[in-house]
Design a protein around this ligand. Sequence first.
Ligand code: NAD
Length: 491
Amino acid sequence: MEYRMLIGGEAVAAKSGETFESVNPYDQQPWARVPRAGPEDVDTAVAAAREAFTTGPWPRLTPTERGRLLRNLGDLVASHAEELATLETRDNGKLYSEMLTQLRYIPQWYYYFGGLADKIEGMVHPVDKPDIFNFSHHEPYGVVAAITAWNSPLLLAAYKLAPALAAGNTVVLKPSEHASCSTLRFAELFALAGFPPGVVNVISGFGPEIGDALTGHPDVAKITFTGSATTGRRINAVAGQDFKSVTLELGGKSPNIVFADADLDNAANGAIAGILAASGQTCVAGSRLLVEDSIHDAFLERVVAIARTARSGDPMDPATNIGPVATKAQYDKIRGYLEIAEAEGAERVLGGTPDPDPAIGKGWFIEPTIYANVTNAMRIAREEVFGPVLSVIRFRDEDEAVHIANDTRYGLAAGIWSQNLKRCIELPKRLRAGTVWVNTYRAVSYMTPFGGFKASGTGKENGIEAIRQYLQLKSVWLSTADSFSNPFTIR
Ligand code: NAD
């Protein structure tokens, strides 16, 4: 397969002609060639987006017409869901069943924000001055740079594109170099949906090679990013030079807290969903399992028993629970954390070796791994592993659970398992995390805000408020006074 980028409505190769291979994590075979954009391609893509924003038909469309195009796009994603999900699985090795579920859900983002496009209302302000009519309204920023991670390319793109386009911006979208193909194929749907050329441009390439050129480009007004805290920090620094608005969705080290009064069967499934779903390669992974002392041993046994039943294998096979991790670098990083955990004295109760069964395939498989007797000071409890590796930490009471849960630089998500109504209502208020799930885990919706506290990011995606990330507020003053006198005082 040979892919093209989308710039100014044209399917193009990189100007240099360079490409790179996409490798299937399951069989470790290259299966596609992808354009390797350079800074010159960034310039062309930003120029196309800038032109579409200022002079093209896009700024003259009514918000209702923008909404209609977004709904067309949603329909097209729905009718291409199987194809796009297959590309994602080939690219990042995640289960086809997971990617297909995402792809079938993604159209809702385009329908929801398409519906919101013509409901962005301004306000008339009753100012304390005579002869003045004052109102404010929301305006798009202009060119938005949208940068996504490899783990859920088109879902993360939908979080960004749907509100950015509904608000009237134009976009340069850059998927991860580790999973570009579904986004490049998706790019072909914009013309079919009726979007004018240049409104959405998609470039592929390596973040370290073109990231600064994109985020530092003088014609990029807004940056929306999903990825690691390390890259988020770099983007913030570059964007800060020109005081650009940024939305950053970063990593996490989320606590999943199980109290003795929980429904323990549900909680055990919740613990597994938190760490083994997507082979642990999810930003909201419940990678720290906090368990109340009195149930610790029995609960751990339950979790280990379920984890043992998880089947590693071909991510296209519906019977598979655990696919390979996405890249060799990711595999090596996780292996490194297993060594760190052992050296720190964590007690391995499951896994910890590369999956020894050759029958499951040649891919980068990591066995589900569980460490007990972890303290919150260990690196395995403090750093994002991004793999199927669970750290189990004991706590005495609610106060200690809250202390451990909040004792992290991250603040993306948290889980609580309890049947005590008061606790279920009061405890979420004490947790420093952008999302708290109570007796469930890893639920997301286009209708509900999502985003991190602390080092997990800034800004929110999803829900009505998300559209504000792509709008700036302008205040307009009109005077009906007959004279404009005394220019030397404030009015
Ligand atoms: P990453 O930071 O390595 O890469 C993310 C994207 O940034 C890629 O497209 C990459 O090419 C680009 N990039 C790299 N350097 C850049 C630079 N200097 N300037 C601009 N762009 C640059 O992250 P990853 O390994 O692809 O993804 C895994 C991370 O993403 C994990 O930390 C995970 O928690 C996080 N994540 C967060 C969320 C969320 O919503 N909070 C969702 C999914 C993943």
